[in-house]
Design a protein around this ligand. Structure first.
Ligand SMILES: CC(C)(COP(=O)(O)OP(=O)(O)OC[C@H]1O[C@@H](n2cnc3c(N)ncnc32)[C@H](O)[C@@H]1OP(=O)(O)O)[C@@H](O)C(=O)NCCC(=O)NCCS
Length: 157
C-alpha cells in the first residue's frame, strides 16, 4: 500500500489525539500533543491507506535531537511501519544538521527497545523509577544514536 509523510499540522489534532490515546498506556494530554506540533519541534505523520496511522515528534537543541514520541496504531504494528517512520525521522534530523539523537524509553517496552536497538541506538543510562507504570514505578532507559555514523541517515539510504 502506498504511503507518504506529511507535516503534523496538516492532520487534524483530533485525529492525532485518537492515535496518541490508542498507542500509549500513559498518553500525552491533548494540550501536550498540541504544544509539540509546530514551532520548535519537527514531526511528521505517516499516511497509509489514505489516513494517518502514526507519527514521530522530535526537538533539536544545539545539534542534539530528542525523539519525543513515535507511534503506530496497534492494529498496524509488526509490518515494518515503525521502522519506516524512524528511518524517515533520522534522515530528517540528519538533513537538519543534528549530530545525535537521544530518547527515553520504558524499560519494559520491548517493541520500542527492539526497534531502537535494531536501528543502532545504544543504551547510555537507566533512570530508576522514572515513569509511572501499570504496577508501580518503571525504569527509563536513555539511549543515543550518533547520526553521521548511522548508515540509515546517509543521503540516499
Ligand atoms: C514501537 C512501535 C512504533 C514499533 O512499530 P511497528 O510498526 O510495530 O514496528 P516494526 O514492525 O517496524 O518493527 C521493527 C522492529 O522493531 C522491533 N519490534 C517490533 N515489534 C516488536 C515486538 N513486539 N517485540 C520485540 N521487538 C519488536 C523488531 O526489531 C522489529 O524488527 P523485525 O520485524 O525485523 O523483527 C510500536 O510498537 C508502537 O507504536 N508502540 C507504542 C508507542 C511506543 O511505545 N512508542 C515508543 C516510545 S515513545
Amino acid at each position: 500500500m502506498s504511503h507518504r509523510f506529511v507535516p503534523m499540522d496538516s492532520v487534524e489534532l483530533d485525529e492525532l489525539f485518537v492515535i496518541e490515546q490508542s498507542c500509549h498506556s500513559f498518553p500525552w494530554s491533548r494540550n501536550t500533543l498540541a504544544s509539540c506540533i509546530g514551532s520548535g519541534y519537527q514531526g511528521e505523520a505517516l499516511i497509509w491507506g489514505g489516513r494517518a496511522v502514526g507519527y514521530y515528534i522530535t526537538q533539536i537543541v544545539v545539534g542534539e535531537a530528542t525523539l519525543m514520541n513515535i507511534c503506530i496504531l496497534p492494529e498496524l504494528r509488526g509490518q515494518g511501519l515503525g521502522r519506516h517512520l524512524l528511518h524517515r525521522c533520522l534522515q530528517r534530523l540528519s538533513s537538519e544538521q543534528a549530530d545525535c539523537c537521544f530518547l527515553e524509553v520504558r524499560a519494559g517496552n520491548k517493541p520500542a527497545l527492539g526497534l531502537y536497538r535494531e536501528i543502532g541506538f545504544e543504551p547510555l543510562a537507566v533512570r530508576k523509577g522514572y515513569y509511572q507504570g501499570e504496577a508501580g514505578r518503571e525504569d527509563a532507559v536513555i539511549m543515543k544514536l550518533t547520526l553521521d555514523e548511522n548508515p540509515m541517515c546517509k543521503k540516499g539510504a
